[in-house]
Design a binder for this molecule. Structure first.
Ligand code: PRP
Length: 180
């Protein structure tokens, strides 16, 4: 897609593919014997990653979704999270793997993990495609991480700017001139 807002590509489509292959193998190995694993996708950004990851998991698995909104500005979360859509599934005694597109401050994930842990799952882990360690405000490291990226505003492969660019097949930097 030609668009002046799309800047440097940080993760190419083939790098995403390769890394998701590796994550799929690692996760399937770790969860063998603890099945079915329930993948919890956090809408909307994780949609693409979750769908690609799940197709690589050679173990019985199920999927459910949550939608959350963070009170705060468009580019910065506040840590106060509102659940817009809760899980359909009851997760007590289930093996749950939360799938996120990106961990930035970590505040959204901290809230989610606390909230889900209170429901008594048998296990609870997080798989995040991208993480920006430089932005972290809380101590929290996902069990599985695709790529560590620098502190840049990124779009593509699920990540948006004002709801656009989620369909890019790669992860790119949003040109600063496009930020409003
Ligand atoms: C993004 C991302 C995480 C959160 C990370 O969601 O999917 O949920 O922000 O930020 P944090 O670590 O600073 O809390 P966003 O609110 O952009 O919603 P979206 O997935 O629907 O685009």
């Amino acid at each position: 897609m030609r668009d002046p807002a799309i800047g440097e590509i940080l993760v190419q489509a083939d790098e995403l593919n390769h890394r998701i292959d590796q994550l799929g193998t690692e996760i399937a190995r770790d969860y063998a014997g603890r099945e079915p694993v329930l993948l919890v996708g956090v809408l909307k950004g994780a949609l693409f990653f979750l769908s690609d990851l799940m197709r690589r998991l050679d173990v019985p698995c199920e999927v459910d979704f949550m939608a959350v909104a963070s009170y705060g500005s468009a580019t910065q979360s506040s840590g106060v999270v509102r659940i817009l859509k809760d899980l359909d599934a009851v997760i007590e005694d289930r093996h749950v793997l939360v799938v996120e597109d990106i961990v930035d401050s970590g505040l959204t994930l901290q809230y989610l993990v606390r909230n889900l842990r209170a429901r008594g799952p048998a296990s609870l882990e997080v798989c995040a495609l991208l993480t920006k360690p430089a932005r972290r405000q809380v101590e929290l490291e996902p069990r599985y991480v695709g790529f560590e990226i620098p502190d840049r505003f990124v779009i593509g492969y699920g990540l948006d700017h004002q709801e656009r660019y989620r369909n890019l097949p790669y992860v790119a930097v949003l040109q600063s001139s496009a930020r409003t």
